[in-house]
Design a protein around this ligand. Structure first.
Ligand SMILES: [Fe+2]
Ligand SMILES: [Fe+2]
Length: 117
């Protein structure tokens, strides 16, 4: 799980840190596609793992993943509408969401796996 988190945060940071001259719509759409793929894979793996361990708040956690996906779809649609604009607010939302989700929500299930690490 941690490796998947790192991979996701890395894609986001690369996009945020890229100099303006290198940010093309192609770079944005490639990164967003990769990010969506990693996120979907990750949510699926994490939810399966939590279900297997009978995590008590699986439904709540699943809801947060779902809400993230809904919000990102909305932001991506907005960004497409203003084509050549770099969606700074979108990247910011995505980065903030992952950082707080990983540090707060994902930490809540950590004790279930502590003995296996
Ligand atoms: Fe999660
Ligand atoms: Fe996670």
């Amino acid at each position: 799980m941690d490796q998947q988190h790192q991979r996701i945060v890395k894609v986001i940071n690369q996009l945020i840190d890229a100099p303006d001259s290198e940010v093309t719509s192609e770079l944005i759409s490639n990164s967003m596609n990769a990010l969506t793929r990693y996120a979907v894979e990750h949510f699926k793996a994490e939810e399966a793992m939590l279900a297997e361990s009978h995590y008590s708040d699986l439904e709540g956690h699943r809801k947060q993943h779902k809400e993230y996906r809904r919000k990102v779809v909305e932001l991506v649609d907005d960004a497409k509408a203003q084509s050549d604009h770099v969606p700074e607010a979108m990247l910011q939302f995505i980065r903030d969401w992952w950082v707080s989700h990983i540090l707060e929500e994902d930490m809540k299930y950590r004790h279930l796996f502590e003995q296996k690490v």
